[in-house]
Design a protein around this ligand. Structure first.
Ligand SMILES: [Zn+2]
Length: 140
């Protein structure tokens, strides 16, 4: 019987070519040798020692993966932070002076943002930090 024939008949296993260890029964789904699969499983789970070792291996793999993920996460965080700080240029004294003057003159945050080449959110943050927001509110 061929694998295709077995598949057509909806069988899970079939008798096919001899595997390298001399078995004939194969799985239709994977074409793997059933007996070899059994032996492989037994090796890993057949004895308490094998089970313990398998469990330990699994846990150490899991641990390693966890560490890798934590490291990747930390890297991502650092990268995000780096990009954020790069995008946000520092306020110079000149900028701050201009900001204070414009806020004092009752210019809109949009005008200020345009003039200083910053986002309105950045202007609002700076205004809050400087505590000069009230003048603006009264002029609206
Ligand atoms: Zn085999």
């Amino acid at each position: 019987m061929t694998r295709d024939q077995a598949k057509a008949q909806g069988l899970a296993r079939y008798i096919g070519d001899e595997c390298k260890r001399g078995h004939f029964e194969r799985y239709v789904s994977t074409n793997g040798c059933c007996e070899c699969m059994r032996l492989w499983k037994n090796e890993r789970t057949g004895t308490p020692e094998a089970r313990a070792k398998n469990k330990k291996d699994k846990e150490s793999r899991k641990e390693k993966r966890g560490t890798a993920q934590t490291q990747k996460y930390a890297l991502d965080q650092a990268e995000t932070k780096r990009l954020a700080s790069k995008g946000r240029s520092l306020w110079t004294q000149e900028d701050t002076r201009t900001l204070k003057k414009m806020v004092g003159d009752g210019e809109s945050r949009y005008e200020i943002a345009m003039k200083l080449g910053r986002s309105r959110a950045a202007i609002n943050r700076r205004v809050e930090v400087l505590g000069i927001g009230n003048q603006k509110d009264e002029s609206v």
